[in-house]
Design a protein around this ligand. Structure first.
Ligand code: FES
Ligand code: FES
Length: 396
């Protein structure tokens, strides 16, 4: 159990929570605040939306234990709120609810729009509410209600609050919550890269027991000793990995850097360090690393083991890779093992292409691709899977 202190609807709350309890369960089961609804519990439908440090956030993909020091406002906490009062009246007037299941989350997101938008622009309202799904499909009435509240407030001279008062955007809250003690890399400021000597002090690389392991192979048309030599060039290898940027000069045993992964609207910047071990006799090696994305409070630990095998009478090299990883935190809930496996396969393929280019003296293409676009990967993935299913069905 983890002891936390936080503020819920302006009331101080102290509680012991299981590390895996999400914020919505904590509020509903622990505090009887059942106005926060649960639909998908995957961060998709928006039914569980509430305010975390004054920003709309999905409580089903937010750990309660990560909210120590945070200020939570649920729909119950907006009883006396000016905007919420106007929105409730407008929802009634415009028939903006039917079963009402989506309504608490919808009101929280709508309140944020009323606060921020200077004019009642329908397109912006629809975009702003696109993360809240209404299974009764009452969107026309909902949009009409939100437009009317914005229009009336601006007519009365109530000015919008730029950015809704927020200073940062991110998947869960404004980042004002208390820091968790286990976050070695958490002292880093988002968007800024810590000096290498600071990182060297802050980041400890523990031994890893991976929760998931995937294996891959690829072949490059160069002899093993040449490839092994290339693997010893830490900066060169990093340049072959899409989304990776070193934050200081590496040594043969250690490197520090940032890996950026973009999954649709969510960008994660894992800042961390890696320990490098090589075995010349066995033409093999191991890279052990840890990285933390401060915004989503997600930590990843992993290891890459490689072994080089001579093929084509030593003219080419088969690279056997074993990639093990563990993911803890918010992103662990949406990063399904299948998606991560396929992502690793794509990364490996891109790494192999870049490695081959580098061995041939050509600059790796990864330098121009600083992040991974999860949507593109997802679409490619779905295409590949659809192709596979069609081949199985029609035998083509
Ligand atoms: S329950 Fe659907 S987003 Fe949280
Ligand atoms: S009113 Fe029924 S889900 Fe939106």
């Amino acid at each position: 159990m983890t002891a936390i202190s936080l503020t819920v609807n302006a009331r101080a709350v102290d509680a012991d929570v299981e590390p895996r309890t999400h914020l919505a369960d904590f509020l509903r089961d622990g505090l009887n605040l059942t106005g926060t609804h649960l639909g998908c519990e995957h961060g998709v439908c928006g039914a569980c939306t509430l305010l975390l440090d004054d920003m709309p956030a999905r409580s089903c993909i937010t750990y309660a234990a990560a909210c120590a020091g945070a200020r939570i406002t649920t729909i119950e906490g907006l009883d006396e709120d000016d905007i919420a009062i106007e929105l409730r009246a407008a929802f009634t007037r415009e028939h903006a609810l039917q079963c009402g299941y989506c309504t608490p989350g919808m009101l929280i997101s709508a309140r944020d729009l009323v606060l921020r938008l200077p004019v009642p622009d329908e397109r912006l309202i629809r975009v702003g509410l696109s993360g809240n799904l209404c299974r009764c499909t009452g969107y026309v009435g909902i949009v009409r209600a939100v437009r009317s509240v914005i229009a009336q407030r601006r007519q009365r001279g109530v000015m919008p609050v730029p950015g809704g008062g927020r200073t940062q955007l991110g998947p869960v809250g404004s980042g004002n919550t208390a820091k968790t003690p286990s976050a070695e890399a958490e002292t880093a400021t988002p968007g800024k890269v810590a000096a290498p000597e600071q990182n060297a002090r802050a980041i400890v690389i523990p031994d890893v027991v991976p929760a998931q392991t995937v294996t891959h192979q690829f072949t490059v048309a160069y002899p093993p000793d040449r490839v092994f030599q290339m693997f010893g060039d830490v900066a060169g290898v990093a340049a072959c990995l899409p989304g990776v940027a070193l934050t200081g000069a590496p040594t043969p045993e250690r490197a520090e850097g940032v890996i950026t992964v973009r999954l649709g609207p969510i960008a994660a910047h894992f800042q961390g360090a890696a320990r490098i071990e090589r075995d010349l006799a066995g033409l093999s090696g191991r890279i052990t690393g840890i990285g933390r994305d401060q915004r989503s409070r997600t930590t990843t630990q992993g290891e890459i083991r490689y072994r080089l095998v001579a093929v084509d009478q030593g003219a080419a090299t088969r690279v056997d890779l074993s990639i093990g990883y563990s993911l803890t935190g918010v992103l662990a809930q949406i990063a399904r093992p299948g998606l991560v496996r396929d992502l690793a396969a794509r990364l490996t393929a891109e790494f192999a292409r870049n490695l081959e280019r580098r061995l041939a003296g050509i600059a790796p293409a990864a330098a121009a691709a600083p992040s991974l676009n999860g949507i593109t990967l997802l679409i490619d993935l779905l295409r590949a899977r659809a192709r596979k299913i069609l081949q199985q069905v029609f035998g083509t």
